[in-house]
Ligand binder design. Structure first.
Ligand code: ARG
Length: 452
């Protein structure tokens, strides 16, 4: 039976019923729904709506319902329109007519917003710990990398030599921001809608501040109209999820490139690569490609919800029922990807000789200009002279480090010590300020990360 049959003389069309039903999605909030109901029963008992007996019976019944959900024994009925209906229907079966008093002063509008926020508050730590696990892997790899050097790129063109450890950690920090962003959401999430009624507030004089506390919220919402329709938190959560997806996608793209034969900087372990049904030699980075692909789906979830929210009339509109599916799906996607990426990166093998082999002396052209700067040449001029040296070496078809001293001296105030600038580790270690790629700098970076 629906919770709203009274004014209708005809039952809802079967297909319309199926469209309206949200149980397949919102049953995921079963425990939150029961917990919210237990707290509501306490609140309306204190307000005198429930007798001690009724309250005890409802509390006991809800406890049984919760146990049934926890053990997987709960059986949904075909007429359960949503999780709220299912809980109330089962409570009625267990305790009889007193169950009908639970919904006094409450609406599914404030109820669903409460359940959803509770679910999210409980899920954020789970997501954060999956991110942290991946971050730990990145730090482990950075430490393992020692003094391994690799080419750094801009525009995907060889730019300057960097430490592999610095590169690993460049993927650590975005994930740190992701965790911080999710944590930042908590104070806005921690505002209780329950007690807002359908839209205008509840006529039952409940202590909403106490109710908020009992459900783990920081405070009750201040405007009932806003609080039954506010889904900012869901949009923010999806933005956080999408940003995580984008960070993982960028990392994944680099792994796809760097494991190709052309780069050959890394080799994936067999446990995290897949084969081709046709080409026997293939070893494919599917898990990284899927990660890259799923980030596109995450973007769709975020923009989908934003589009749903745009232009909704005040206050609750059934459109809002579309809020949960993308949030749950985004969560499942990330919880599926994160441990796999962590596993794949924990077992990946770096190939330092391939990385070193991809560094040529033109990547030290900036150091060549800096060399002239030290000798007193203004940087603009030094930049131009170093550029001329690159061109000259190109014309002579030699590398910068093989070009004879006379050729340098024909261009500017170069001396015999010029060849020292072509040592990539020297170049790396010159970048020794906070955030630079020098060995010392990266060591400090790791220390700071571990101290946090
Ligand atoms: N299933 C609904 C949702 O997710 C619950 C609220 C329904 N409210 C209503 N007035 N029909 O939004």
């Amino acid at each position: 039976m629906t919770l709203w049959g009274g004014r209708f003389s005809q039952k809802l069309d079967d297909l319309a019923w199926a469209l309206n039903s949200s149980l397949p999605v919102d049953q995921r909030m079963a425990i939150q729904d029961v917990d919210g109901s237990i707290a509501w029963a306490d609140a309306i008992h204190k307000s005198g709506i429930l007798s001690d007996e009724e309250h005890a019976s409802i509390a006991l019944g809800l406890d049984t319902v919760k146990g049934e959900f926890a053990s997987g024994e709960f059986i949904f009925a075909p007429a359960d329109e949503d999780i709220h209906t299912a809980v109330e229907r089962r409570l009625g079966e267990l305790i009889g007519p007193a169950a009908g008093k639970l919904h006094t002063g409450r609406s599914r509008n404030d109820q669903v917003a409460t359940d959803f926020r509770m679910w999210m508050l409980q899920t954020i730590p789970q997501l954060n710990s999956a991110i942290l696990n991946l971050q730990t892997t990145l730090v482990e790899q950075a430490e393992l990398a020692g003094a391994t050097i690799m080419p750094g790129y801009t525009h995907l063109q060889r730019a300057q030599p960097i430490l592999l450890s610095h590169w690993w950690l460049s993927h650590f920090h975005p994930l740190g921001r992701d965790r911080a962003r999710l944590t930042d959401l908590i104070p806005r999430l921690s505002v209780l809608p329950l007690g807002s009624g359908a839209l205008a507030g509840t006529p039952i004089p409940v202590d909403r501040a106490a109710l908020a506390k009992s459900l783990g919220f920081a405070e009750p919402s201040q405007n009932s109209l806003d609080s039954v329709s506010d889904r900012d938190f869901a949009a923010e959560y999806l933005f956080c999820a999408t940003m995580i997806g984008i960070h993982l996608s960028k990392l994944a793209e680099q792994i796809v490139l760097y494991t190709s034969a052309e780069f050959g900087f890394f080799e994936l372990s067999d446990a995290f690569s897949t084969g081709s049904s046709l080409m026997p030699q293939k070893k494919n980075p599917d898990v990284f490609e899927l990660t890259r692909g799923k980030s596109g789906t995450l973007i769709g979830m975020l923009t989908g919800l934003l589009a749903t929210l745009k232009g909704l009339p005040s206050t609750y509109d059934k459109d809002l029922q579309e809020d949960k599916q993308p949030v749950f799906a985004a969560t499942d996607t990330l919880l599926a990807i994160l441990p796999v990426i962590a596993g794949a990166l924990r077992t990946i093998t770096a190939r330092p000789e391939r990385m070193r082999g991809a560094i040529d002396s033109t990547m030290m052209a900036t150091d060549l200009a800096d060399y002239l700067v030290v000798k007193g040449v203004p940087f603009r001029e030094a930049h131009s002279l170093a550029g001329k040296a690159v061109r000259e070496a190109g014309e002579r078809n030699v590398s910068l480090e093989k070009m004879p001293l006379e050729a340098y001296q024909a261009l500017g105030p170069f001396e015999a010590d010029v060849y020292q600038v072509f040592d990539p580790l020297e170049s790396i270690n010159k970048r020794n300020t906070v955030g630079g790629t020098s060995l010392q700098s990266v060591k400090n970076q790791i220390q700071k990360i571990k101290g946090e």
